[in-house]
Design a protein around this ligand. Structure first.
Ligand code: SAM
Length: 383
């Protein structure tokens, strides 16, 4: 039923393989007789058979252009997949996977499946000895995902068509981690608890774009007995590389120290100007309020006295801080150490990338065992 797995390590492209073109991030399944035609050229699929993954392939004349033929990975699939919903991207996926402790051979629940971006990563992480139980209630999305997982050979993914908030997770059991990307995860949490292993600490993560959703999720997690509840947001901060050809390239540690000193000095100077302007403004306002003018001789003298006294302590603090910082920089560097061949980076101040808040929590075995015992005693009471 399943095609061969898309996560293989073969070096050479065969018919039926999924290949990703790096240049326009599109995927194709190599089908003899078919052609790929885009602004990078025209390629008959048969011409790709026998090429090594990673090859830069030039289009046959008269078309100019080339493509890079890449072996699929979950990362590339996330960038090239057809979107049927909003999807998870790698910064969130990798963080969630790490925090949930998803491991080779593990059993994990995911709901909803959506476009299958997260599913592909989970499938690779748990590997052939693990299992991903994925749930989707939207019929066309469920069918499309089913077809896709089969054609990608994701044999360790069991996809079910089910409303998990209303009907729970069917017969799922022995699960170590649950990931919920749903509009109302708090409705699915009591059902998810029943699937978790009672012999280890298990984990849950709920992915929600709004804080209102987070609050509902947190209060349900609390009332159901989860611990270690915390919410985080993954943001992206890029680092710019300082290139050697740059006129500002810093070639020695002493030049780094000099540049830090100059930066600190500029900051202190700016702050001093700001404080001076603020003082002048406050003085003018006071004069207007009191109806006095600084041109009156007694008042003028008083203002001058104020000014003489008034080296603001904040300025002194700043200068002292600057000196301390410069001493600190100088203490931990050998001034003549050369930084040649060292790559220097500078973080951009902007942080991008809010997609959602991630709420994590753990469930301790005794809570699950108590819940099972309570369930059994209520059953026997009814009987
Ligand atoms: N994480 C997915 C990915 O990376 O591609 C995207 C998930 S998408 C944002 C949310 C999905 O949850 C939608 O496809 C929606 O149909 C499904 N969904 C919403 N409520 C559901 C429920 N109660 N039971 C099952 N699926 C549900």
């Amino acid at each position: 039923l399943y095609s061969k797995s898309m996560f293989h390590s073969r070096a050479v492209i065969e018919a039926g393989d999924l290949v990703i073109s790096r240049d326009n991030l599109t995927s194709i399944i190599i089908t003899p007789g078919e052609e790929m035609h885009n602004k990078f050229g025209r390629y008959a699929h048969v011409d790709l058979i026998g090429q090594k993954f990673g090859t830069k392939l030039h289009s046959p004349p008269p078309h100019a252009g080339y493509i890079h033929l890449l072996r699929p990975t979950p990362e590339l699939w996330t960038l090239s997949l057809p979107h049927r919903t909003q999807i998870l991207y790698l910064p969130d996926i990798s963080y969630i996977t790490m925090r949930l402790g998803v491991r080779v051979g593990g059993k994990v629940i995911e709901a909803g499946t959506g476009s299958g971006s997260m599913t592909h990563s989970l499938s690779r992480t748990v590997g052939p000895t693990g299992q991903v139980l994925s749930f989707e209630y939207h019929q066309p999305r469920y069918e499309k995902a089913l077809e896709e997982f089969k054609s990608h050979g994701l044999e360790n993914v069991r996809l079910q068509h089910r409303n998990v908030c209303k009907d729970g997770f069917n017969d799922a059991s022995g699960v170590e981690a649950v990931f919920l990307d749903l509009p109302a995860p708090w409705e699915a949490i009591p059902h998810a608890m029943k699937t978790l292993r009672p012999d280890i600490i298990t984990k849950i993560c709920c992915f929600s774009p709004c804080l209102e959703q987070v609050l509902k999720t947190v209060s349900t997690l609390r009332s159901e007995g989860f611990s270690d509840i915390f919410t985080q947001e993954v943001l992206i901060r890029t680092h710019e590389l300082v290139k050697e050809s740059d006129p500002d390239h810093l070639t020695s540690v002493s030049s780094v120290v000099d540049s830090l000193k100059a930066h600190e000095k500029r900051k202190v100077e700016r702050r001093a100007v700001q404080m001076k302007t603020a003082r002048e403004k406050a003085r003018r306002q006071k004069e207007n309020r009191d109806g006095v003018s600084s041109s009156e001789p007694g008042q003028k003298r008083k203002l001058e006295e104020d000014k003489a006294e008034g080296t603001p302590s904040a300025d002194i603090d700043n200068e002292e801080k600057q000196q301390e910082q410069v001493k600190e920089y100088s203490a931990w560097v050998e001034p003549d150490t050369q930084l040649k061949n060292v790559v220097l980076t500078k973080p951009t101040p902007e942080m991008k990338g809010h997609t959602s808040y991630l709420t994590f929590a753990s469930l301790y075995p005794e809570i699950i065992r108590n819940a099972i015992a309570a369930q059994e005693s209520s059953k026997s009471a009814v009987a």
